[in-house]
Design a protein around this ligand. Sequence first.
Ligand code: ZN
Length: 304
Amino acid sequence: MRDNIIFPEKDALLRLTLMGRQARAFLIRSTRMAQQAADIHQASDVAAAAMGRLLPGSAMLWGLLKEESGRLSVTVDGDGHGGRLHCGVKDGEFKIAVQNPRLELPLTPDGRQDVGRFLGNKGKLIVVKDYSAGDPYTSVSDLVSGELGEDLASYFTISEQTPSLVAVGCLNEAGTVLSSGGILIQAMPGCSDQTLSQLELRIPFFANISREIFDRSLKGLAESWFVDLDPVFLGEEMLTLKCDCSRDRMRRALAAIGREELEKIVETGEETRLTCHFCRTQRGFSAGEVKQMLADSEESYDAH
Ligand SMILES: [Zn+2]
């Protein structure tokens, strides 16, 4: 990992309530994760910005899971040339990948990374929540702009029916992520109109969220933004970029490509190398090992 992070604070999600639980808020810093993801995928600046916006967005969704052990996957499937952007989270550990991480695009006229064009504004935001019991729960919403902030706000408002204010941002240039993070504010049932308008008044503060969190602590920021809204801090959780892939899981994926393909590999007598989509770890499987996989699948077939 690079040591050029200017502000030393670790990545985290801060939870708080406002006005006696009339609203809840999450503040997220994801700078380190965004830098690591950019490095792993040797990402262009626009691809790094897309990842640096989806990481805090996924952290919000993860923070709202009802079960701590829940697993979450967020996919942005738009019509942009960047292709599918996918993030998985479990226990505060994130993995992220995008189909075309090296694709570069010119900046927008106002000097921002053109994430909307990279991901596309036609398509879906797909959220899968997988709890330890029961089937995974999938919800889908249409993309609004592909810039991710609006897309996430629309997801919360339409799919989860919770009026939500969302901002996500990433400040990066020439391979360096200076800051990545976001804020989610949700009105709770019984939230007064007065509190709502107080919250709306603060929207301009969040327009440049990555600049705001760049060199301030999350708690310090929340205290200054919400000083008159009775903020109560519920705790801060650490967030890290860490892939959950393993040799065993990769072996199962290889075994699943089918008999014919596996037989072809055995015939070549050469090692097959597989690369994890998320962390780019490469693992090799010898022809002998693949032969054993075929024998094992034969056995399990006979057993049925
Ligand atoms: Zn991996």
